[in-house]
Design a protein around this ligand. Sequence first.
Ligand code: HEM
Length: 206
Amino acid sequence: MTRDPADLPRHTTAQRLVHWINALCIVLLALSGLAFFHPFFWPLVDLFGSGTWARILHPFIGVLMAVFFIVLFLMFRQDNLMNAADREWLRRLDEMAGGDDRGMPEQGKYNGGQKLLFWLFAACIALLLLSGLAMWRAYFDLPGTLVRIAAVIHAAVAAVMIALVIVHIYTGLWVRGTFRAMWYGTVTRPWAYQHHRAWYRRVGRR
Ligand code: HEM
């Protein structure tokens, strides 16, 4: 991949590091969590050494992710506040998905879809953390009914979270030139002009 000095900085090293720690945690959590969810996925525990190790590590990785997600949340929150252009963008999502984004409202650093995903991630992680802690018998001793309710919430929200991450990865791949924003931290000017024109108008002229 060629890099140009005129490329625009998009994510700092700290932002990328925190992002990829979150990404690694969610992959490990999904793999171990699926193994506990259904016998079909049980062989996945071998990735963690054994079923016992997977069971021990899963909640610790969950807490680690929650801590790093709080850092990520604080870093990205400001750029993910919804405005009128984002709501309009979301209303006309079908045009975008149809491949014709010419008439779409100009987007800032992140588009309405990315922002919506950001807040859904935050809500899911809060619910996963609370329901996960409620089930962590090694440290908390809650009544059985509460633990059973927490288990249902945990499984349902985890399924939603996995779906959201798949959408997040798919949209990153779908819009060519996006991955490098999180890998190298920069994007090309044409990419910024095409997909985040309001942001480009703000930072591209400097
Ligand atoms: C699992 C694999 C993941 C991959 C491959 C991935 C990939 C990417 C890429 C390419 C971007 C750059 C988008 C842009 O600059 O427009 C990005 C942005 C971002 N990602 Fe991920 N990501 C992953 C997981 C996660 C997870 C688990 C979270 C948090 C729970 C997360 C949160 C974010 C946030 C907050 C942004 C900035 C966009 C925004 O703030 O709306 N990502 N990701």
